[in-house]
Design a binder for this molecule. Structure first.
Ligand SMILES: *Cc1c(COP(=O)(O)O)cnc(C)c1O
Length: 380
């Protein structure tokens, strides 16, 4: 059976010795824009491409404001700070995510709580969230307090796994009822829509990543989006060393960060964003081919949940059990087809072992079975 899968993936990505999981493609005006940035001498943290990139993200997502950052992790760090996460607070997230989600919480000197995911969306389960909050917290004038630890739960960070939107509207409602700020880790879901609204724009803040393996890349990059003008201004201030604007004086009014996206990276990002529609069509057609192929194989291909239009950033399949998963990983990787298991669940990692979590039944089930398969844009 695995040989048939290998054969099929080789047909999808012909003329390649090693088939990567997700490689970028540069078929637009990337070189032109990067050259333009070099010729202008504005290669660093000031320049017209940064503004243009932010504007393009706003019109794409419908967010009112965007603040570009050096990468998605830093964007999330600042988004959490802007949402009001303070040292000693707790932040709810899912254990099934890339490490950046939990690390950004740690950078705020806050402590993550891990809540289970849906089997079909792979994102945070509203039922699990609601049930945790009902049994473990109570409301005070300080906000939502964890009865076990006495700490305040200030934010909730669901993640749109592999680009598939989670049930973000239900999560938002639960957060609102508990006075918890919603910050979306939409790092993987640029171009993914849930109920006619772009993922990342449901929460008070959202972030996207433009790392080399994401749908659109800046080389490295990230961006914060919000509809709140005050928060956006504060975000720009914090990511640019908290310098008070002045023609020549250097005065900073708080401990800021040097997180501004360089113009050179923004130039690449602008050219990539011009290709987004093509990328999305291409990736959705690849997913369609996978779906048809896997229908009669006994292997489940992960499709977009109801009400969602996914970017299909990373395609995934669900094997019967962990033994089959391991055999599949071995067979494909030794045939030079890059595949990989799910991230190790974060609550199992040394630095997050002591964090509170619910039973995580779905997350554990998925961890034993999911494999990501090649998903790059196809150029033929
Ligand atoms: C990629 C990613 C990030 C962070 O992105 P970087 O740009 O690599 O810092 C954050 N969260 C998730 C879920 C991601 O997949």
């Amino acid at each position: 059976m695995f040989n048939k899968v290998i054969e099929f993936i080789r047909c999808l990505y012909p003329n390649k010795d090693l088939i990567p999981l997700h490689e970028p493609t540069f078929t637009g005006r990337e070189k032109e824009y990067v050259n333009y940035a070099i010729d202008s001498t504005f290669v660093s943290s000031v320049g017209e491409f940064v503004n243009r990139f932010e504007d393009m993200i706003c019109s794409l997502t419908g967010a009112k404001f965007a603040v570009a950052a050096v990468n998605g992790t830093n964007a999330l760090h600042i988004a959490l700070k802007l949402s009001g996460v303070s040292p000693g607070d707790e932040v709810i997230t899912q254990p099934l995510t890339f490490i950046a989600t939990a690390n950004a919480i740690s950078y705020c000197c806050a402590i993550p709580i891990f809540i289970d995911v849906d089997l079909n969306t792979l994102g945070m389960s509203p039922e699990a969230l609601s049930s945790f909050l009902d049994s473990h917290t109570h409301m005070t004038d300080r906000g939502c307090i964890n009865k076990t630890t006495g700490r305040r739960i200030s934010a909730c960070v669901p993640m749109h796994t592999f680009g598939h939107p989670c049930r973000i509207d239900s999560i938002l409602e639960i957060c609102n009822n508990h006075k918890i700020k919603l910050v979306e880790d939409a790092a993987e879901s640029l171009g993914s829509i849930y109920k006619n609204k772009h993922t990342g724009t449901f929460g008070l803040l959202g972030i996207y990543s433009f790392n080399g393996n994401k749908t659109v890349t800046c080389g490295g990059g990230g961006i914060i989006v919000t509809d709140d003008e005050f928060i956006a201004k504060k975000g720009k201030h914090l990511t640019t060393t908290a310098k008070i604007p002045h023609p020549y004086e250097f005065v900073h009014d708080e401990v800021g960060y040097n997180y501004r996206l360089p113009n050179l990276n923004a130039a690449l990002g602008c050219a990539q964003l011009e290709k987004l529609e093509f990328f999305l069509k291409n990736k959705r057609s690849t997913a369609e081919s996978y779906k048809t192929f896997f229908e009669n194989t006994g292997i489940k291909f992960i499709t977009e949940p109801e009400y969602a239009n996914s970017n299909y950033w990373l395609n995934g399949i669900i094997l019967e059990n962990s033994k089959m998963r391991d055999e599949f990983l071995k067979a494909t990787n030794s045939a030079k087809i890059m595949t990989r298991p799910l991230w190790k669940l974060i609550h199992k990692l040394e630095m997050y072992k002591k964090c509170q979590h619910d039973k995580l039944i779905n997350a554990i089930w998925l961890e034993e079975r999911i494999v990501n398969i090649p998903s790059s844009v196809r150029l033929y």
